[in-house]
Write a protein that binds this ligand. Structure first.
Ligand code: ATP
Ligand code: MG
Length: 273
């Protein structure tokens, strides 16, 4: 994406967001994880969320589909307030949203074919042959082309293969919103790049809105329209990809330069406010 489209996303994120988090707080016992997250995501954009391990990135994604509910604050998808939505409506909205879980979250007792076909189950009118064709096509998109993979159980797959099957299953939902939790972590560079392409294709071909949580900065710059940094429970930086490349924000800079390891200096902490 180039500058023009990015600034359009920025405006539409502000004025007409597809996903909106307002002052979201959550604590697990004494562990205050989200401490006032504000985030707006435009229809059709890909927002990349970065942050150190344990900062609450997965927790943030789970709030969007109301797998977790905030102690305080609001979570919206379109005009639906997710954190208080009644079950029947929640089920309806969730059909539009696919989450690629960090640990792939496949059904262990099902074969790969059954896992990827799972979202088609409710569409009883689809003939079996057509379901299989779609499954094979979705597996092809994640570079799983060996037919023997269809009959395998998750326990027989490598970590990277499991992840790819998870992506294929999510695509079977034909989602309008895709939440990707570390989609390329632990993958070899070729497969990681195939997943990056897939994130872009999903956005370009379906107009889906994506939130991508990642540690992989190459992936972030490749797929993102905008970037947000979660730190100490808040979004401390937001910018378009172009702005982010040149940012002087100290912590964001550390992520870009691959030096986000040690603690921040006191000065840097103060800069973050
Ligand atoms: N269901 C839960 N119950 C209790 N604590 C939780 C739960 N889910 C997450 N946490 C805690 O919340 C914090 C943030 O976890 P989260 O998984 O969101 O981190 P993350 O930013 O995704 O990290 P990583 O980059 O390692 O995936 C951690 O301290 C974790 O232990
Ligand atoms: Mg995580």
């Amino acid at each position: 994406m180039v500058g023009h489209a990015e600034s359009n996303f920025l405006n539409s994120a502000r004025e007409d967001p597809r996903i909106r988090l307002e002052d979201v707080h959550i604590a697990f016992g004494p562990n205050r994880v989200l401490r006032g997250v504000n985030l707006r995501i435009a229809k059709g954009e890909t927002l990349v969320v970065v942050g150190r391990s344990g900062e609450g990135k997965s927790v943030l994604l789970k709030h969007i589909i109301a797998l977790l509910r905030p102690d305080r604050g609001e979570v919206w998808i379109d005009d639906y307030r997710m954190d208080t939505l009644e079950m029947s409506l929640l089920t309806m909205v969730r059909k539009k949203v696919a989450m690629i879980f960090q640990g792939s979250a496949l059904f262990d007792s099902m074969t790969v074919e059954e896992n990827v076909a799972f979202p088609y189950r409710e569409e009883k009118r689809l003939p079996k042959k057509e379901i299989r064709e779609r499954v094979v096509e979705n597996l092809r998109r994640v570079h799983l082309t060996d037919p023997s993979v269809l009959e395998k159980k998750p326990a027989e797959l490598s970590g990277g293969m499991k992840k790819r099957v998870g992506v294929a299953r999510a695509l079977s939902m034909e989602p309008e919103i895709v939440l990707w939790d570390e989609p390329t972590t632990g993958l070899d560079p070729v497969t990681a790049d195939a997943i990056n392409d897939l994130i872009q294709e999903t956005q370009e071909h379906t107009g889906a809105t994506s939130v991508v949580v990642t540690h992989d900065m190459a992936s972030a710059f490749k797929v993102g329209d905008r970037m947000a940094l979660l730190h100490r429970g808040r979004i401390v930086y937001e910018g378009t990809i172009e702005e982010t490349q040149d940012t002087t924000h100290p912590l964001m800079r550390q992520f870009i330069d691959g030096t986000a390891t040690g603690p921040l200096t006191e000065e840097e902490e103060e800069d973050l406010g």
